[in-house]
Design a protein around this ligand. Structure first.
Ligand SMILES: [Zn+2]
Length: 491
């Protein structure tokens, strides 16, 4: 009988019966990843310090992933202030979050509806990490998970999503047969051209060469030629990859406190489709989404569910797009109160948001991206029009999160796709845990409550109950507590 030692109470983690890590080393590697130090750099330092030769860096890194895969982590992805269903979210694309992937390796599926079993997918990723303890590197691992349109799920916490079936409809990015898709891809192309125009002329010239286009002339000539050639998907993908990296980046949804709720690892160039996939997989769509490509998101999402428009009223604008309203917004005299952000309203509509009681769904612009829109009616999407959000909503939390993650790109973008998504989901979980801990400490300092009990309410919000009082005090008003800076002074 073969016995495999996989106990942990002795403080050890067995990887492959040859390499055994101490739990302390595992936790040390985890902390280092949070501080943007790769496993191989940690081992370099330890080797220098101890003057002992360590096993290969890859083996130790795989052993660490093996440890994380066997650790009982809940991946809740939920903020203690907002709970499982945040009423306000900020969304953005982390363009530099990429893994090595040749688009030509992806096969368009036949007869597929875009539904993925989220638990099944992530279990298969975990199984790959665990199986590495049984298959020496260099041997083909039958459990490896290659990226594919039919088996590549995003991550959304178990309480936040509708069910274990979530959407990833990236395969539909392939064909631009329908006029709707064509329209959307042309908008995405506009954004790509905008990015292209910001590049140094040398970069554009190189790109022209790579796409076998005449690379002589001014920057304007080069971009005009590229634009013409970009009508073919092949050139489009090439330009996209060179500007935005190998795969399509991560589509991320955060609450205003900086907790990550959902992350989707795109295989192809991002489009509003990716955020629509995520939001349509949520149990309760947020009342307010902040996104720099609001118009595209609304057009796409409302076309996908035409019988029950997800973004309404006014196509997710704060007021009816009449001339008077647009003018009042330009003058600064228009104010749109959303009182239910502070106090839950009695629901009159079907399917209200459980925290606010409202069934309105708006898509607003972050003030830093207002220049993105050419449509004057979109001034009715300004955060500043809402007194409850103005000055409170710190959409920079996303920038902070991305800035933090960019520091880890040097090792994350060199990983295989499955390792990349596994580690990213794990690193983000620990990031969320640290942020939640800071939020809780901050809240307790504010309250000066002394000895208290803290528990989670049915909606996943931290509920504070002083010991003298038996009835827990619902703290839904804390939803609008200011978001703390999570950079904590580190450069
Ligand atoms: Zn929050």
């Amino acid at each position: 009988m073969v016995y495999r030692y996989q106990e942990w109470t002795d403080g050890l983690h067995n990887f492959d019966n040859h390499v055994v890590l101490s739990l302390e080393l595992c936790l040390f590697l985890r902390e280092n990843l949070q501080n943007h130090v790769s496993a191989s750099r940690v081992i370099d330092s330890l080797e220098g310090l101890r003057r002992v030769k360590f096993p290969s860096r890859d083996t130790i890194f795989h052993a660490y992933c093996h440890f994380e895969a066997l650790t009982d982590t809940d991946y809740m992805y939920s903020c203690i202030n907002c709970g499982f269903h945040p009423p306000v979210v900020v969304m953005d694309l982390h363009r530099k979050g990429v893994f090595k992937l040749a688009v030509s390796d992806l096969k368009a599926p036949e007869d597929f509806n875009g539904e993925h079993d989220i638990e099944g997918f992530w279990n298969s990723i975990h199984l790959e990490m665990i199986s590495r303890g049984f298959f020496p590197s260099g041997v083909k691992n039958p459990f490896s998970v290659p990226p594919s349109y039919t088996h590549w799920a995003p991550w959304i916490g178990s309480e936040t999503r509708t069910s274990d079936i979530v959407l990833n409809t990236e395969f539909q990015k392939v064909g631009t047969s329908s006029s709707h898709e064509a329209k959307l891809s042309s908008v995405t192309e506009d954004r790509l051209l905008d990015e292209l125009a910001k590049q140094k002329v040398g970069v554009v010239r190189k790109l022209c060469k790579a796409c076998s286009i005449d690379s002589k002339g001014s920057r304007f000539d080069l971009i005009t030629r590229l634009r013409e050639k970009m009508k073919s998907r092949q050139t489009y993908d090439k330009v996209f990859q060179s500007i935005w990296g190998a795969s399509g980046g991560w589509s991320v949804i955060l609450c205003p406190h900086g907790i990550v709720y959902s992350v989707k690892f795109n295989l192809r160039a991002e489009s509003p489709r990716d955020f629509a996939d995520l939001l349509l997989s949520w149990k309760h769509m947020p009342n307010v989404c902040v996104y720099d490509f609001a118009r595209g998101l609304v057009a796409h999402t409302n076309l996908r569910v035409p019988d029950k428009l997800p973004f309404h009223p006014h196509e997710g604008r704060l007021a009816e797009p009449t001339e008077e309203n647009v003018k009042a917004a330009q003058d600064g005299s228009l104010k749109v109160n959303l009182p239910w952000l502070h106090e839950r309203m009695d629901s009159v509509n079907e399917n209200p948001h459980p925290v606010t009681g409202s069934s309105d769904h708006y898509v607003l612009y972050d003030r830093f991206h207002e220049g993105n829109t050419k449509d004057p009616k979109d001034i009715l999407r300004r955060i500043q029009l809402v007194p409850e959000l103005k000055g409170w909503l710190n959409s920079q939390v996303v920038e902070q999160f991305f800035a933090n993650m960019r520091k880890s790109n040097y090792f994350l973008s060199n990983m295989s796709p499955s390792t990349h998504v596994f580690l990213m989901r794990n690193i983000t979980h620990h990031y969320n845990t640290v942020t939640n801990k800071k939020l809780l400490e901050r809240q307790l300092r504010h309250g000066r409550l002394g000895k208290i009990n803290i528990s989670l309410s049915a909606l996943g919000q931290a509920v504070v109950a002083p010991q003298v009082c038996n009835k827990p005090r619902e703290t839904t008003e804390t939803v609008l507590n200011p978001a703390p800076s999570i950079t904590s002074g580190k450069s």
